[in-house]
Ligand binder design. Sequence first.
Ligand code: ZNH
Length: 141
Amino acid sequence: MLSADDKKIIAQLWEKVAGHQDEFGNEALQRMFVTYPQTKTYFPHFDVHPGSEQVRSHGKKVAAALGNAVKSLDNISQALSELSNLHAYNLRVDPANFKLLSQCFQAVLAVHLGKDYTPEMHAAFDKFLSAVAAVLAEKYR
Ligand code: ZNH
C-alpha cells in the first residue's frame, strides 16, 4: 500500500517532527476535542481543557505510537498489534474517529511546518495515517 517513495518521504517528514513529537500530539488532541466535540465522549475521565496535563500525557503516548509505526513501515500491523487489541476490545472507539484525529494531526503539521510540509509529504503521510487507522480498526467485529 505504501510505495518505496512514500516510505522515504514519511521517514523524512518524521525527522522534522522529532523534537516536537509530544507537543504535536498534544495539539492534535486539543484540536480534535474542539473541532469534533463528540470525540470527548471517549474521555469522560479526562480534563480536556487547554493546558490539561492528562491530554498532554495522552498526546505523548499517541505521538510515540505513531513514531513507532514510522520505524516499522513494512509492518505497521505488527508494530501496533497491542494497540489494535486495546482499541477493538477495550476502548471500542468508533473507527470513524481515527480519521478525525488524523486530520487534526495533519493540520498541526501544516501549522508548524508551513511550507516544509509539502503536498508530497501531505499525500504520503495521509496514506500512512490511513494505514495506521486500518490497523487500529482491523480487529473490530
Ligand atoms: Zn487511542 C489510548 C494511540 C486514535 C481513544 N491510544 C491510546 C494509547 C495510545 C493510543 C498509544 C495509550 C495506550 C496505553 O496506555 O497503553 N489512538 C492512538 C493512535 C490513534 C488513536 C495512534 C490514531 C492515529 N484513540 C484514537 C481516537 C480516539 C482514541 C480517534 C477517540 C476519539 N485512545 C482512546 C482512549 C484511550 C486511548 C479513550 C484510553 C485513554 C486513557 O488513558 O484512559
